[in-house]
Design a protein around this ligand. Sequence first.
Ligand SMILES: Cc1cc2nc3c(=O)[nH]c(=O)nc-3n(C[C@H](O)[C@H](O)[C@H](O)COP(=O)(O)OP(=O)(O)OC[C@H]3O[C@@H](n4cnc5c(N)ncnc54)[C@H](O)[C@@H]3O)c2cc1C
Length: 517
Amino acid sequence: MALSRDAYRALEAIVGPENISEDPAITLGYSYMNFVPLLYESPRLAPFLPEAVVLPGSTKEVSDIMKVCGRHKVRFKAFSLGWNVAATVGGEGVILLDLRRMDRIIDIDEKNMYAVVEPWVRMAELEVEAEKLGLAVQVIGAGAGCSVLASSTSGWGYGTKGTSIGHNCRNLLGVEWVLPTGEIVRTGSVGTGAGWFTGDGPGPSLRGVIRGWSGALSGHGVFTKCATKLGHWPGPAYPERTHELPSIGMSLPQNFKLYIANWPDWDTLADAFYKLNECEIGMSVWATPPATIALFASGTNNEALQLMTSLPPEITNPFQLQIFLAGSSMGQFKYEERVVRDVVAETGGQLVPLDEEPLKSLVPIYLMYFVLTPTMTRAFRIGGEFSTTFGAAESWDISIKSAKLGTELISKWPLGQVAFWGGGYQRNQFAHFEGAFMYDHTDPEQRKATRGFSDEVLNAVIDNKLGFPIISAGAVSEEVNKTLSSTYSNYALWLKKIKKTIDPENLADGTFYVEPE
Ligand SMILES: Cc1cc2nc3c(=O)[nH]c(=O)nc-3n(C[C@H](O)[C@H](O)[C@H](O)COP(=O)(O)OP(=O)(O)OC[C@H]3O[C@@H](n4cnc5c(N)ncnc54)[C@H](O)[C@@H]3O)c2cc1C
């Protein structure tokens, strides 16, 4: 279904002929995406192409585009850095707004510790600027190439510095939002001209409506600016690089230290996790599947395999936490070091010595991973694809129950292993622990098994009361809603009501969120 010539010309008049295309050579590229096999039969190519790709350069242009969509009954989807299948169009008759021309860091408020960004600002760009001012960004696990705004306003937000900075759903402050009607709304303090420092009020907060825990994934309109909370960065303004691409590392200042500790089982590890967070220490207290260091520190699969098979057993122990300390003062740093040693000893854990090779040279690479996670893309190198399961915002006890169950469930499927990754937020007692696995997306049997295993996990989280899971392809979708909604307060009915109120003409493509009744 091609766009009517009237609609195309109206869009072209807004952005100029150089910023709109319906050439299949362009539109096809926007449907080639990761996570596709979880939703569709195809290994990589989503079945729908955008009717046109439009590149607005300002909030006004986005608003004008929404109005044209309303007049011509054309649906739309927002696309920032495009790291997720949820940024593809979910059906026919949908145009895609590629927001790459809106790429400015508008402000970094050093005193009040937040940044105001447009959609195409990548996490790495903001982190580099923030570090110069002693501030840090909650870079998500997907890595430094993702959009700060998309992560804050529209989807997910998990990542290693969540321990100290928080999940990005909670870091969202003021928002500039173009509704599907074309109306421009500014929420929180920015709505009253008082600056961007809070996302709430006057009156009830809209942050739950805007995104909640999972995100509306463009099902509510287009966010054109947002403020996001920054954390404290007690490291150098210009960190020193220790290794060459692709595994660049970062040297450790004297107030930084990485500890790796192993426990005999999940339960003792959970005890330690609670105690470490109770003491409110660490820039990051995280459980990264141990063998993934081989991915971070290698340029090819052969190198990764060599490293993986040569790592000492204490580094590949599955019941492991990596604890990254960054002291604001040497006094605080020494206190945190004592806490780590005491808690590890009290809970029956063991620290891994990191001052001898081969581990010594890996420490700067670990550090870079915790600060910037530039490496997660390598998840695609080994298997071709990856997917994730479980991962509710829950207590660590629930998280380790998920890990035990996931390990058991996957063994019935021809899929290899599930590796659990996650940690806590804001030095609190809740965490997320997701079970990721890699598979060969070119093999139809593996694609089928991936969907089968994922469905089995959805039912298992309900039966075992493991909390609302992460769904990698779309936080929610109509299929997922059908399975989960009645267990979780009939949330889909509420989402439908919200969607209908915000988007009465159903113009925002809600395939990966919710469709109206
Ligand atoms: C290897 C890998 C690992 C991952 N690990 C993590 C992880 O650890 N933590 C995590 O949080 N996520 C993770 N993800 C999931 C996800 O891809 C990211 O969360 C990321 O934020 C996607 O952002 P993006 O910048 O590429 O945005 P996009 O893919 O462009 O958009 C993401 C969603 O937000 C919508 N959107 C984008 N911009 C706007 C806007 N301006 N207005 C309205 N809606 C908009 C899109 O339509 C889409 O639905 C991972 C993904 C991959 C591929």
